[in-house]
Design a binder for this molecule. Structure first.
Ligand SMILES: *[C@@H]1O[C@H](CO)[C@@H](O)[C@H](O)[C@H]1NC(C)=O
Ligand SMILES: *[C@@H]1O[C@H](CO)[C@@H](O)[C@H](O)[C@H]1NC(C)=O
Ligand SMILES: *[C@@H]1O[C@H](CO)[C@@H](O)[C@H](O)[C@H]1NC(C)=O
Ligand SMILES: *[C@@H]1O[C@H](CO)[C@@H](O)[C@H](O)[C@H]1NC(C)=O
Length: 443
């Protein structure tokens, strides 16, 4: 007997009584890892060997994978901290506690404890087929794939599986893949999944985790209703708001657009008529789509109602044909359009100058005074703010059967887009007309 074993034997005599008192017939220790047996490379994990209440003396050994010399012929007290964790630490561990009454002086081996080290290979991708919104009672396929030829995939979730679920990878193209189907009736699915891949010869040396995949179960409550403001048909650039509402006191609403992976979520607000509503401001409309909304409660964020009836939204008017807004740089086509407008305007202005000159000569004997309008912008006959009248080629004509003409300049308010072809307008004032009218050329 070595001195260590003699000391342990004395200690064991005392412990043995406690074992009999507290654990009864249990003769196998329990091995566990804290905080988790799934450890990132470079992180830390503490291995515990539980047998008696209080402290325990134990040995640890690794059954597979790379041998860990720091465990060899060592005795641990209560727990063993591994830090930093490397790929070599991945594998199956068991412990034995000191047990002086057994023939070998050690207890039977504990349960196997698998330590999985993550982040060693590139992450795989995880998909839900046909999609992450699963109707209650239907089956969903979780598909994990990688361009690395993995021998194993492990599916992990916080709730559904206590430890990562081992799946045998299949060759797929030049990489590997696995399909795992889950019936939403028989499993609690509404939660976050990740998958890992590992090579055939080192199953517990994992890749980095896939991006998280949230599975949502739908069809658990009555459908809400969805409406559009100002309506299901909007002009391009007009602000679009979708409202989801229900008599059910949902806490959240989720708006999905056909063909888009992500939903928008908003808190529901009670309104005066007893409904619960959320307004999704979608901003200026650019292209149409089919929308649906769902309701859910705060206590179960991944359990949703039936979808609302689909709402098709269409956008009329081609944004590229409308006048570019000040924030939008003008496109190539509208630049050439500006050039045409500019040339056209100049020709019209020259023709009118000649016309006015001839008219003025014909009327030179009359004694009417020319009047300069001090505030020409004040009563213009063309409303520049009306978007319907923004066609640059539009010209307002007045009949020129009077001989008094005034030429002047209108300086436009500064908020006008700088892309206007010209800031100069020619107008004529016709003082005898009722009401007073002007000819205004807006190029
Ligand atoms: C998984 O399922 C998809 C769709 O059903 C199929 O295309 C793919 O080949 C399957 N992969 C494997 C490895 O079975
Ligand atoms: C899912 O499980 C339920 C209950 O076991 C069963 O009735 C249903 O047919 C299953 N669905 C599918 C698609 O297998
Ligand atoms: C659209 O909404 C934004 C933000 O509320 C507002 O600033 C903008 O003026 C609106 N545009 C139109 C065309 O109503
Ligand atoms: C309830 O009020 C909201 C606005 O507060 C309105 O949008 C909705 O249409 C109303 N619903 C019913 C059923 O009257």
């Amino acid at each position: 007997m070595s001195p260590t074993v003699v000391i342990l034997a004395c200690l064991g005599f005392f412990l043995d009584h406690r074992v009999r008192a507290h654990v009864g017939g249990q003769d196998k220790p329990f091995c566990s890892a804290w905080p988790s047996p799934v450890v990132p490379q470079g992180g830390h994990v503490t291995l515990w060997c539980h047998y008696h209440p209080g402290f325990n003396i134990f040995t640890l050994y690794k059954e597979d994978g790379v041998p860990v010399p720091e465990l060899y012929k060592r005795i641990f007290w209560n727990s063993f901290l591994i830090s930093p964790v490397t790929a070599a630490h991945a594998g199956t561990y068991r412990c034995r506690v000191f047990h002086p009454h057994s023939p070998t002086e050690w207890s039977a081996p504990s349960n196997p404890l698998v330590i999985m080290v993550t982040g060693v290979h590139r992450k795989p991708s995880l998909l839900a087929l046909p999609g992450p919104l699963v109707k209650s009672g239907e089956t969903v396929i979780l598909q994990c794939s990688s361009d690395i030829v993995f021998g194993h995939f492990f599916l992990h979730s916080e709730v559904t599986f206590e430890e990562p679920l081992h799946l045998v990878a299949e060759l797929h193209g030049r990489g590997s893949q696995v399909n795992y189907s889950i019936n939403s009736t028989t499993s609690d699915l509404e939660e976050t999944f990740r998958c890992y891949g590992s090579l055939t010869h080192s199953p517990y040396v994992f890749s980095a985790p896939s991006d998280p995949l949230n599975i949502v179960i739908t069809g658990l409550y009555e459908k809400p209703s969805l409406s559009a403001q100002p309506g299901p048909t909007v002009q391009a650039g007009e602000n679009l708001t979708l409202s989801c509402s229900s008599q059910t006191s949902f806490d959240m609403y989720h708006l999905s657009r056909e063909g888009e992976a992500r939903e928008l979520s908003l808190s529901a607000v009670p309104s005066v008529n007893g409904t619960f509503q959320a307004n999704f401001p979608l901003g200026p409309a650019t292209h149409g789509g089919t929308y649906r909304c769902f309701g859910s409660f705060r206590t179960a964020p991944y359990k949703w109602s039936d979808p609302s009836d689909p709402l098709p939204v269409s956008v009329t008017g081609n944004p590229s044909r409308s006048w570019p807004s000040p924030t939008e740089p003008s496109s190539k086509t509208s630049n050439s359009r500006h050039l045409h407008v500019l040339i056209g305007t100049s020709v019209v202005m020259i023709l009118f100058t000649i016309f006015f000159f001839l008219l003025h000569r014909g009327c030179s004997n009359k004694k009417n005074a020319a009047v300069m309008d001090q505030e020409p912008a004040g009563d213009r006959t063309v409303n520049r703010e009306d978007p319907d009248e923004q066609d640059p080629q539009e010209v307002t004509y007045a009949q020129l059967n009077h001989c008094v003409l005034t030429q002047g300049k209108i300086t436009r308010p500064s908020q006008r887009p700088k892309t206007r072809p010209t800031d100069t307008s020619v107008y004529t004032e016709l003082p005898n007309a009722e009401p007073r009218s002007k000819v205004v050329f807006y190029p």
